[in-house]
Design a protein around this ligand. Structure first.
Ligand code: ATP
Ligand code: MG
Ligand code: FE
Length: 339
């Protein structure tokens, strides 16, 4: 099926078009530059930017795919979780297009879409797989028997999300926003063993994460240096902080695989773009005999193709479409894959 997917849960206006598991277009307009001076996404600014970018981004995706709206078999849209006002723009647009074309609409879960997107790159997902979902707003470990019908939460962060920790640490190092890409870059010149930062909940027997203690430890360490009048070795701090985050993530993800007898691990979400996370996960998966799947970085951060991919999977699986009264649900639970 030809499916058009719309994503507006945060600061990316994404419109993707897929045919089954083939990616035809992935158009994105980001308002990230408008948020940079605030050090984080400003919801009202994001909503307004979605409103302005929506139609041009739909047009660009159609042109890139070489199709017209009439060719589309079904629509999919992120119904949650995300910023309420931002979600509403995408959901309203998707409803209008579905209504005008008389085509089915699937309101889907953004987090499940971060998992489903990998099919566009590596083909059908093994059933079951374990998914580590790490982004600006979420850090979860999922058991995924079927991404279109059955996703179960094993654990999640009890405080900050992994991406949020990257963003906050980048802010305290004056590296700008968003923090993930710049810390990733600066860490390459640093020593990841330079500073022993804490690994929260490392062996606590749960699949939960905690990153706020780590963030505080980095802040205290930097403050102590500044108080002593010594320069802050930014690359070493970035590398050591990053290592603490990815060490815990990979450790818990592989334990989830082992405990559940699952041989396939998928990593998704914006933080999955991190080069050290990708390298360490590959190293430890090879040692554990677990197959690793990580989409290319552009598919890890928010985009419309992931939403289209999940919609196409639902069409193929015979899932019933949503009712056109579907809501935008800012706190949609991960187990609710389709509203
Ligand atoms: P959510 O899916 O929770 O709604 P989100 O909307 O914030 O998340 P994503 O694009 O999935 O959006 O993730 C963005 C996050 O990913 C930001 O916190 C950013 O710092 C982080 N990030 C992006 N690239 C990297 C990288 N190379 N290393 C580490 N973190 C990264
Ligand atoms: Mg973003
Ligand atoms: Fe996301």
């Amino acid at each position: 099926p030809l499916v058009l997917g719309i994503e507006t849960s945060c600061d990316e206006t994404g419109v993707g078009i897929v045919r089954g598991t083939a990616l035809l277009a992935d158009a994105i307009a980001s308002s990230v530059d408008q948020h940079a001076r605030f050090g984080g996404v400003v919801p009202e600014v994001a909503s307004r930017a979605h409103l302005e970018a929506m139609i041009p981004t739909v047009d660009r995706a159609l042109a890139d795919a070489g199709v017209t709206l009439r060719d589309v078999d079904a629509l999919a849209v992120t119904a949650g979780p995300g910023l309420p006002g931002a979600l509403m723009v995408g959901v309203a647009a998707a409803k209008a297009i579905a209504l005008s074309l008389g085509k089915p609409l699937y309101g889907v879960n953004h987090l499940a879409a971060h998992v489903a997107v990998d099919q566009l790159e590596h083909g059908p997902l093994p059933k079951p797989c374990v998914a580590l979902l790490v982004s600006g707003g979420h850090s979860s470990l999922l058991l995924v028997p079927d991404v279109a019908g059955d996703v179960r939460s094993l654990g999640a962060t009890v405080d900050d999300a992994a991406g949020e920790a990257f963003d906050k640490v980048a802010r305290l190092l004056d590296l700008g926003f968003p923090g993930g890409p710049v810390i990733d870059r600066r860490a390459r010149e640093g020593d990841r063993d330079a500073i022993a930062f804490p690994r929260g909940k490392y062996d606590d027997g749960t699949y939960d994460f905690s990153f706020s203690g780590l963030k505080t430890a980095v802040a205290r360490w930097v403050e102590a240096r500044e108080r002593a009048g010594e320069p802050v070795p930014v690359a070493d701090v970035a590398a050591s902080f990053q290592e603490a985050v990815v060490d815990v993530l990979v450790h818990k993800a592989l334990r989830a695989c082992r405990d559940h007898g699952v041989r396939d691990l998928l990593i998704g979400g914006g933080v999955a773009a991190n080069s050290r996370l990708r390298a360490l996960a590959q190293e430890r998966c090879d040692a554990a005999g677990v197959r690793l799947r990580v989409p290319r970085p552009k598919l890890c951060t928010d985009n419309g193709a992931m939403v289209a991919a999940l919609g196409a999977e639902m069409v193929a699986a015979g899932v019933a479409p949503s009712d056109l009264t579907l809501p935008a649900d800012s706190s949609l639970p991960i187990e609710t894959i389709r509203v």
